[in-house]
Design a protein around this ligand. Structure first.
Ligand code: IPM
Ligand code: MN
Length: 372
């Protein structure tokens, strides 16, 4: 039987609630598609930090590295200074595991309310490929004359041909599995040095993918086009900071943070990739069963696609979409069912099989890209 090792990091707040729901769905997928997972739970997050003072340690990195994938819930607490957990855990994990790409699908599923008037599922099915290791996120920088009003802060952005090429090549490969369109999103009219590097990488890598059509959109213009005409886009590739910002806008189109999923992909098979819903730990609603498990379940589907379980991935995506379509509200008391009940509903639908609710599953495209 196929088997995968999985590190589970439920984290804080609603993180453990949505992770539990996703694991119920994983159980169902395993039963139906005949594979198994060996799961190790790793305590990381605000609660663990406040108790032990520990962020991501060398020892945890070594332990996590032995797994095939990491399933991440959410971390954070109002009792921890902003930046500590983000840098000490999330960015540290992305760096330590060399997770080159942050893959963020922007897909509006049928029946899901979107704040964008007139937007239909047919018009909203794109994927944002965010470079995940550098740009402004290298966390370097310096301050001179600290503590005075003469203070000067320098915060540079690093762009290496190596990392940009790795991201762009992945984006081309994904586009080749989809509608064959790749858009570079940057700000080449102002960030001329970084911009030129990205443009040159696009051209150089593009020679290997003559069938993929490319275009270019400035990041500010992207913020206009995305809500108004998302059908213009198939795969969008962009730098770390632009990708961070634009994917929050993307999440709005598809029904908000409760629905949005992401995968931090390691591409060379030497460390695990990590899958997480885009939402945070939402301490204000923790413990009430008011968190939407869809983002976590769709992240699970991405994980399954990445592990090569394409059929299971597509089934989890379809089941999640089916349950989403019947939800009276996307989060909170009005959801009409608790996080756990929704997880059970999605699991039930995975077990039953049935007609796919969505065609062209990104998760199976991903499985094909990863196995090529
Ligand atoms: C995200 C988050 C993170 C980021 C934070 C928590 C460091 O906003 O995953 O988009 O900026 O990448
Ligand atoms: Mn973000």
């Amino acid at each position: 039987m196929r088997s995968h090792t999985l590190a589970v990091l439920p984290g804080d707040g609603v993180g453990p609630e949505v992770t539990e729901a996703a694991l119920t769905v994983l159980d169902a997928a395993q039963e139906r598609f005949g594979f198994s997972t060996a799961r190790t739970e790793v305590p990381l997050g605000a609660e663990h930090y406040l108790r032990t003072g520990e962020l991501l340690t060398e020892q945890m990195v070594a332990e996590l590295r032995t797994h095939d994938a990491i399933l991440f819930g959410a971390i954070g607490s109002p009792d921890v200074t902003p930046g500590v957990l983000e840098r000490g855990i999330i960015l540290a994990l992305r760096g330590a595991m060399r997770q080159a790409i942050n893959l963020r699908p922007v897909r509006l599923y049928p029946g899901v309310p979107t704040p964008i008037a007139g937007l239909t599922p047919e018009r909203c099915d794109l994927v944002i490929v965010r470079e995940n290791t550098e740009g402004a996120y290298v966390a370097q920088g310096s301050t001179v004359h600290r503590g005075t009003t003469s203070r000067v802060a320098v915060q540079e952005s690093i762009n290496t041909w190596f990392a940009v090429e790795r991201a762009v090549d992945f984006a081309y490969r994904l586009a080749a599995q989809r509608r064959g369109r790749l858009t570079l999103c940057h700000k080449t009219n102002v960030l001329v040095e970084a911009g030129a590097l990205w443009v040159d990488v696009m051209k150089a890598v593009g020679e290997r993918y003559p069938d993929v059509e490319t275009d270019y959109v400035h990041v500010d213009a992207m913020c206009m086009h995305l809500p108004v005409s998302p059908e213009r886009f198939d795969v969008v590739v962009t730098d770390n900071l632009f990708g961070d910002i634009v994917t929050d806008l993307g999440a709005v189109l598809q029904g908000g943070l409760g629905v949005a999923a992401s995968g931090n992909l390691h591409l060379d098979g030497q460390a695990p990739s990590m899958f997480e819903p885009i939402h945070g730990s939402a301490p204000d609603i923790a413990g009430r069963g008011w968190a939407n498990p869809a983002g976590a379940c769709l992240s699970l589907a991405l994980m399954l696609g990445h592990l090569g379980e394409g059929e299971a991935a597509a089934a989890v995506e379809s089941a999640t979409a089916g349950v989403l379509a019947g939800m009276p509200a996307l989060a909170g008391e009005g959801m009409g069912a608790s996080t756990r009940e929704l997880g059970e509903r999605i699991a039930g639908s995975v077990r039953e099989g049935g007609a796919p609710v969505v065609e062209n599953s990104l998760m199976s495209q991903l499985a094909r890209v990863m196995s090529a």
